[in-house]
Design a protein around this ligand. Structure first.
Ligand SMILES: Cc1ncc(COP(=O)(O)O)c(C=O)c1O
Length: 385
């Protein structure tokens, strides 16, 4: 099977992990801090806090921004469930903003309309999580302006977009957000097996994220309330054990060196699909001129009148010949758990349409020219049948 995405691990990555395995500290050692510093330097943020997954990073980011019962959080329905679950874990209410059919990102127009209505109803969100679908940044500068007008915080879900740029700014710099979250799951741009990181420019948010990541415990004596003993530590909030081990961080650190070549190869693969898949019934990904995508995913959309059955036919054909295509995503609001909260079909029509007509094609660093040729040839063949 040629998967839609997979990790690329070399001997240097393996040697980095083995080095840690042979050292004294395999967790709570120095490597996670180093990984944070390197990511922070790379994306031009002041701070970074690493965790064991982007799911954990989203949650500690929400907790650190004070999300709680009675608050609203909005995100994109065209995402993995973690982008929304973080709100529910905090006891907040979740809602979604429909997407732009060309980019798969939340629609600025829909967001403006929804904010205007929410203002009248006194239901403005405390946090909005724009998701950089497939590696393409959202309209961050515009969303940032809206956050000042309507008073909400922004967590960019950049799980797909390490290495991407918006208006020349690196994703993660937090120029137009409070926090940015990355994922290091194996299908993502770089991997630490499991792993996530939040970047921010605000020291207070950084301190809180560190606290929530490690049980809510502080060892900073300047913050102690009731002790001064040299062995003293205190729990100040209800946190989690979301730490990343040194083994995982060593892999992430080693992978980070290869980020430029990983992203450039993904862009080359995308360019080839762009030039060789031009057909009437396929809509290729639209990348806005102000964006540089990291192409975590390459998603084509069937624009045939009967796109549902066309997608099913082509999907089945490609899977049968061992091309591991996939669908990103089943809209979050249509999962049974979310339907029980009151969401239903028709609530976010663009996200539903996007989901019903899209197929994610293989795109990853080790995809060979020959494999890509096989994918292209068979997509064309499936159309000619
Ligand atoms: C957009 C998005 N957000 C969050 C996550 C969660 O990432 P992780 O697997 O690192 O927890 C994913 C993972 O697929 C994702 O695609």
């Amino acid at each position: 099977m040629i998967p839609y995405g997979r990790q690329s691990i070399d001997e240097e990555d393996i040697a980095s992990v083995l080095k840690v395995l042979r050292s004294d500290l395999i967790t709570q050692g120095p490597i996670p801090d180093l990984f944070e510093k390197e990511v922070s330097n790379l994306v031009n943020s002041n701070f970074a806090v690493v965790t064991n997954s982007a799911t954990s990073s989203l949650l500690v980011s929400c907790l650190s921004l004070g999300l709680e019962k009675g608050d609203y959080l909005w995100t994109s329905p065209n995402s993995f469930v973690a982008s929304a679950n973080c709100a529910l874990h905090c006891g907040a209410q979740i809602d979604f903003v429909d997407i732009d059919l060309d980019t798969g990102n939340i629609s600025l127009e829909k967001l403006k309309e929804k904010l205007e209505t929410a203002k009248k109803e006194n239901k403005l969100p405390k946090i909005i999580i724009p998701v950089h679908f497939a590696g393409q940044p959202t309209d961050q500068e515009e969303i940032w302006k809206l956050s000042k007008e309507y008073d909400f915080k922004i967590i960019e879900d950049a799980s797909h977009s390490l290495g991407a740029k918006h208006k020349g700014e690196k994703v993660g710099s937090c120029k137009w957000s409070d926090v940015t979250v990355f994922s290091f799951h194996p299908v993502k741009i770089i991997t630490s097996c499991e792993g996530g990181m939040s970047t921010t420019n605000d020291k207070d948010i950084r301190d809180k994220m560190q606290l929530y990541r490690t049980h809510g415990i502080t060892k900073d004596s300047s913050k102690f309330v009731n002790g001064t003993d040299p062995w003293h530590y205190e729990q100040h909030v209800l946190g989690h054990n979301f730490r990343l081990s040194d083994l995982h961080a060593a892999l992430g650190l080693s992978q980070l060196i290869k980020l430029p070549k990983f992203v450039s190869k993904r862009n080359n693969i995308a360019s080839r699909y762009n030039s060789e898949l031009i057909r009437d019934n396929i809509q290729l990904p639209t990348i806005k001129k102000e964006n540089y995508s990291s192409f975590h995913l390459y998603v084509i959309q069937m624009v045939h009148d009967d796109y549902k059955s066309e997608r099913e036919r082509i999907f089945k054909f490609l899977r049968k010949i061992k091309i591991g295509v996939n669908v990103h995503y089943i809209p979050i609001h249509l999962h049974p758990y979310y339907r029980k909260l009151g969401f239903k079909e028709g609530d976010f029509p663009n996200a539903e349409k996007f989901s019903n007509r899209s197929i994610s094609l293989p795109i990853f660093y080790d995809l060979t020219d020959h494999e890509q040729e096989f994918v292209i040839k068979n997509i064309c063949k499936s159309y000619d049948q």
